[in-house]
Design a protein around this ligand. Structure first.
Ligand SMILES: Cc1cc2nc3c(=O)[nH]c(=O)nc-3n(C[C@H](O)[C@H](O)[C@H](O)COP(=O)(O)OP(=O)(O)OC[C@H]3O[C@@H](n4cnc5c(N)ncnc54)[C@H](O)[C@@H]3O)c2cc1C
Length: 230
């Protein structure tokens, strides 16, 4: 199988970084943080990512934008990793602290000529839903379905922001009223139109397996766009 994995977005080291104030730190679960920072005059396209770190840490990581193009703040949805270099520092952030941000980077964006007329399938694991939230906030009228793979029901981040019937949770570790299993299990049980444009974001294993399933459903490789988080 050949998969055009985009391991890193198109990093341009010439982009300058700047310092931004933290406006809000909201723990949606014990280990998932919604970080809001001031926007200043940054412009970006929904789905792009930024390089971010608490000031003084000296190491940064990429985070996809969670907020919409028209919001007057920047938001990021960040999974705090046990022993993670940057996320353990992010976990300590408080309102008024400062973060260093560079960007935006990447091309994990909707194509302008497809926005109005296409049927989109957004497939995520965990915080991989961030760019899709940004898409939906920016273009609320697009025709989309989001399928998110999570372990527990409390990881249905921002579910109220999606129109009824457009969001499906695939929960692997808990019996709930949601689909029980992985996104790959769910996708093998539904039929997709070959015209569907699919965006995949999250862990590499899900993306590789999902890519194969979508190709088996006759979705062309050009209509499968991927962003690997780790
Ligand atoms: C383009 C791009 C966009 C990204 N956007 C986001 C985002 O919006 N939200 C987000 O939470 N992360 C995102 N990431 C991942 C992020 O950049 C870091 O890798 C992550 O936060 C871990 O950094 P760390 O320094 O704390 O851990 P490190 O010290 O670098 O590594 C710790 C370990 O954690 C693993 N790991 C990384 N991410 C996860 C995860 N989500 N779940 C489980 N294990 C993980 C790594 O593979 C590594 O083995 C993105 C990555 C890329 C490449």
């Amino acid at each position: 199988m050949w998969l055009p994995l985009k391991i890193k977005s198109g990093i341009n080291n010439k982009v300058k970084s700047d310092i931004y104030n933290v406006l809000k730190v909201d723990f949606l679960t014990e280990s998932t943080c919604l970080l809001r920072v001031e926007r200043k005059d940054i412009t970006f396209r929904a789905g792009q990512c930024f390089s971010l770190a608490p000031v003084g840490l000296g190491i940064n990581r990429e985070y996809s934008i969670y907020s919409g193009e028209n919001d007057d703040y920047l938001e990021f949805l960040i999974k705090i990793i046990d022993g993670g270099t940057v996320t353990q520092a992010i976990k300590q952030l408080k309102v008024g602290d400062r973060v260093e941000i560079a960007g935006p980077y990447g091309e994990f964006c909707l194509k302008p000529n497809q926005i109005e007329s296409s049927q989109f399938l957004f497939i995520a694991t965990g915080t991989g839903i961030a760019p899709f939230h940004s898409f939906v906030k920016t273009f609320p009228h697009i025709d989309y379905k989001i399928v998110q793979g999570i372990r527990h029901h409390n990881e249905k981040y921002g579910v109220a922001d999606y129109e009824l019937g457009r969001y499906v949770a695939c929960i692997s570790q808990e019996e709930t009223r949601d689909f029980k299993g992985r996104v790959t299990d769910y996708l093998t049980q539904i039929e997709l139109s070959p015209e569907t444009i699919s965006y995949l974001c999250g862990n590499r294993a899900m993306i590789i397996d999902t890519y194969d399933i979508l190709r088996e459903q006759n979705i062309g490789g050009d209509n499968i766009i991927t962003e690997v988080f780790f």
